[in-house]
Design a protein around this ligand. Structure first.
Ligand code: AKG
Ligand code: FE2
Length: 229
């Protein structure tokens, strides 16, 4: 008897509509290129940040870094070994950058989670994972109350790394080496608004040098912890 394939989540008209509107926006945005793959929507902008912004953000991360965490406990202690830093919303350094990301993508600010800085020393990594929430996990009801599913991810590389540290999408076969000033954007959903398993990705271990990035995840609804003002 055939067993029903386990799907990571359900289709959604709202997420489908968000996917279409962000796609239209990115397709028309100067400086943005879509990676030539069908199974997932991945875009990049080579010069989204200035050198000065990269250096300022690195200093913010170095000041606020603490060990990175995971939503689901992994039995593998090497799963996510980087350090992270919540980048204060509304700060004069962070806010204009968040605003530019939102404007580029056409997503309103309240749907964005707090931007997170990440730092990887040699040997540190973030093993293959999905940015979307798995609806079968115990955390899902809480996530639904806090803005629902994660739709798009925007991730910026703040420095060049001597060796290693690429972002690898093994299912679609692309590997993006860190490149200072570049913004990478992808849709974690499929065309029907259900989670797209082909967006599996890994922050590969840094071999030489240190890797700094920021990640901004967007929710389908306004993010629950978003505080006005
Ligand atoms: O470090 C990377 O290249 C990937 C980071 C990542 O996947 C994330 O922050 O969700
Ligand atoms: Fe990720």
């Amino acid at each position: 008897m055939a067993t029903k394939a386990k799907t990571p989540g359900t289709p959604s008209p709202l997420r489908r509509q968000i996917g279409e509107s962000v796609t239209a926006r990115l397709d028309a945005a100067p400086g943005v290129t879509r990676v030539d793959i069908e199974a997932a929507q991945v875009y990049y902008h080579l010069d989204f940040l200035t050198d000065e912004e990269c250096e300022t953000l690195i200093a913010v991360i170095d000041k606020g870094r603490r060990p990175s965490t995971l939503l689901s406990q992994s039995s593998d202690p090497s799963f996510r070994t980087s350090e992270s830093c919540d980048m204060t919303r509304g700060s004069p350094i962070i806010e204009p950058i968040e605003r530019r990301v939102c404007e580029l993508m056409g997503i309103d600010m309240p749907r964005g989670e707090t931007m997170q800085g990440q730092r990887y020393a040699p040997g540190q990594q973030f093993r293959a994972h999905h940015d979307y929430f798995h609806e079968s996990e115990p955390y899902w009801p809480a996530m639904q109350r806090e803005g629902g599913q994660r739709t798009w991810t925007a991730m910026a590389y703040l420095n060049d790394v001597e060796e290693g540290g690429a972002t690898w999408f093994p299912k679609v076969g692309i590997r993006i080496p860190p490149r200072k000033r570049m913004l990478l954007i992808w849709n974690n959903m499929a065309a029907d608004g259900s989670p797209n398993p082909d967006t599996l990705h890994e922050g590969m271990a840094v071999v030489r040098g240190t890797k700094y990035i920021f990640t901004k995840w967007f929710r389908e609804n306004p993010w629950g912890r978003f505080v006005k003002g």
